[in-house]
Write a protein that binds this ligand. Structure first.
Ligand code: 7RM
Length: 632
């Protein structure tokens, strides 16, 4: 059984051990997994190239660790509970035995359709167990999954499919989230007009929605299922073979295909799950993230299954059919650990405490928060009303690139401080640096958050573009991994994340790159140029303010605004739609041509009293016009 830290003293001692001798520390953790061949070396690394290898020389299959290994003890234990969008529909309970059988069979479906080890497979599915089956089936045969969140547009799918050269895409007819219908197959059909590498499209019939199947390319999941053999021997995979690609936004350019490899990711996802949440045998774990984000990968699928836990997949939204849905779900499935995002908490906070009236939340033991900073008010509301003052909140800071939780309390062990992610996990060596990259030592300080030593779950590259990996994470401060986040370390040495210091916007926990969004807006026929900034929002954390320059006088601005929003929905997805759009005559630029975002941010925040030094601007008068017409 994977080690679990039990006391604060033990945490301190384990942390120290992990820093003193990382190789020994992670060798000890690695010993608790199933390997087809043991590793030659625990860690080989440099942050210059950068090159990071964990458990090199080892061979394994992560699905043997998620599934086969558990069968003797828990073939009949529930692995996945599926809670449908509509609570009147029956939930599904899938045992480890059943999941094992499904993954084997679907692995054979992949093989039958020409997918080989190392091939990339795009998964564009709703929150249904088949999404987990598809991911695990890829891993079973050594194919690389690239899950694309089912809120992304056709354009975003084809960009991602083309970037990683996916051979197959797996989708469904569609689904409902709340009252809203999403017709996935139609969106995929549009995407596949410009994806030369896709040979097959497998369609799961989830809601019996009408779909058009293209002969030779489109295949029904259930028909392929019938044709496939039941048994599949897990492929032998090298420790550093890729497990998955997950696209994420940065400040510039197109989204990056963050590449995770097999052994290190496995060890880190499993270790962090068990220790952060202090998972106890037999507990029901519920993470409300979508499988299309890293939180879904690590804490709906891999982390829980590696630990033999029961994990919930929830298809719906917190507000359907009413605002009590989360609490009903917890009551219904007797959830012990509940992990959600601050934005969800804030959106429910507004409805008062009545939404708990007839719900029994006594099964809850641990609460979690992830995706964005949690404000103190939301923290207390969560703690008092959901946790009834008895459940520790683990505020978990991490990223797509980190693979698993990096800074977090260990539930019930680390003394809490509202809005603080508190302390680093064993193996995580943090430091704060100033603009020049000098380390800021001591407590009661603030700076840019960096990491000085590799941890097993870290990304290894950007798919197809290793120089970009180096440029993005290892060049700002040579020799260090730069997170892009600002951070405070208080008098007690506790960490509090203050938010992105680059041009990444976090709207309801969705990571949106300003560059990417500006590109999308500027592609609109009437827009010449745009600049996008964030402003604080009570529920979403941040909201999007877009300044646009148009090529002619706009008669009906509301039509244009709607048009731009629809355009963004088409190019990226609805979650990236700007909240406010302002037509401007120009943008505040310095003599070197750089847009002064600081000024645009202040105006968007409504803080126009003192805009600071504007003397370096080419045309300071443009600021007055923008200010005068700002939307508040
Ligand atoms: C897991 C995830 C990563 C960015 C990260 C931060 C922000 C995430 C917290 C947080 C404050 C937290 N991956 N972030 N967790 N900020 N407190 N507990 O969200 O790649 O999508 O986003 O999210 O800015 O850099 S992600």
């Amino acid at each position: 059984m994977l080690p679990q830290i039990k006391t604060l003293d033990e945490y301190r001692q384990q942390y120290q051990a992990s820093v003193d001798d990382p190789q020994q520390f992670w060798a000890n953790i690695g010993a608790h997994f199933n390997w087809q061949r043991k590793w030659d070396k625990v860690l080989d690394w440099n942050f210059q190239d950068p090159s990071i290898k964990w458990y090199d020389g080892a061979q394994l299959n992560i699905t043997e660790n998620c599934l086969d290994r558990h069968l003797p003890a828990r073939a009949d234990q529930v692995a996945i509970i599926w809670e449908p969008n509509d609570p009147k529909e029956a939930a599904r309970h899938i045992t480890y035995g059943e999941l094992h059988a499904s993954v084997q069979r679907f692995a054979n479906v992949l093989l039958n359709n020409g997918v080989k080890k190392g091939d990339r497979v795009c998964i564009y599915l709703p929150m249904i167990p088949e999404a987990a089956v598809a991911m695990l089936a890829c891993a079973r045969i050594g194919a690389v999954h690239s899950v694309v969140f089912a809120g992304f547009s056709a354009q975003s799918i084809s960009d991602r499919v083309n970037d990683s050269g996916c051979r197959m895409i797996i989708t469904a007819d569609g689904f409902y989230r709340g009252e809203k219908k999403f017709e996935l197959k139609g969106i995929v059909a549009a995407a596949l007009q410009s994806t030369p590498t896709i040979e097959k499209c497998i369609v799961f019939n989830h809601r019996n929605l009408p779909v058009k199947m293209e002969a030779g390319r489109d295949l029904w999941w259930h028909e392929e299922w019938q044709k496939a053999d039941a048994e599949n021997k897990a492929a032998t995979v090298e420790a550093e073979d890729p497990l998955f690609i997950l696209y994420t936004s940065g400040s510039t350019g197109k989204p990056k295909g963050v590449l995770h490899t097999t052994a290190g990711y496995m060890v880190f996802a499993a270790y962090t799950f068990k220790n952060v949440f202090q998972y106890q045998e037999g507990e029901v774990f519920c993470c409300t993230a979508d499988i299309g984000w890293v939180t879904g990968h690590s804490y709906i699928v891999y982390g829980p299954l590696l630990n033999g836990a029961t994990t919930i997949m929830f298809e719906g939204v917190p507000t359907y059919p009413d605002h009590g849905r989360f609490w009903e779900l917890i009551d219904k499935h007797k959830v012990n650990i509940f992990y959600t995002a601050p934005t969800a908490i804030r959106s429910l906070q507004a409805f008062g405490e009545d939404i708990f009236a007839d719900k029994d939340l006594s099964s809850l033991r641990v609460l979690g928060s992830v995706g964005e900073p949690i404000n103190e008010e939301a923290w207390h509301w969560y703690h008092d009303n959901v946790g009834k003052g008895k459940c520790p909140i683990v505020d978990t800071w991490w990223q797509t690139e980190t693979g698993g939780v990096m800074i977090s309390p260990l539930a019930g062990i680390t003394p809490l401080k509202p809005a603080f992610a508190t302390l680093p996990l064993p193996g995580v060596e943090l430091l704060l640096v100033d603009e020049k990259g000098n380390e800021i030592k001591g407590n009661g300080v603030e700076g840019n958050l960096c990491i000085r030593h590799p941890w097993p779950g870290m990304a290894r590259s950007v798919y197809g573009d290793h120089p970009r990996f180096k440029q993005t994470y290892f060049s700002t401060y040579p020799g260090l991994y730069f997170t892009g986040d600002g951070c405070r370390r208080d008098e007690d040495g506790y960490y509090r994340i203050t938010g992105r210091v680059d041009d990444v916007i976090n709207v309801s926990g969705h990571r949106i790159g300003t560059g990417e969004l500006e590109d999308a807006i500027s592609m609109h026929g009437e827009v010449i140029e745009s600049a996008v900034v964030a402003y604080p929002h009570d529920v979403k954390g941040q909201a999007i303010y877009a300044y646009v320059i148009c090529d002619k006088h706009i008669e009906n601005k509301d039509v244009l605004y709607k048009d731009i929003r629809d355009h963004v929905t088409q190019v990226i997805g609805a979650f990236a739609r700007p909240d406010k759009i302002q037509i401007v005559p120009g943008l505040p630029r310095t003599r070197s041509g750089k847009i002064m975002r600081r000024i645009l941010r202040k105006i968007a925040e409504g803080d126009t009293g003192n805009l600071g030094d504007t003397s370096t601007l080419i045309d300071p008068s443009v600021v007055d016009t923008i200010k005068a017409e700002a939307i508040h």
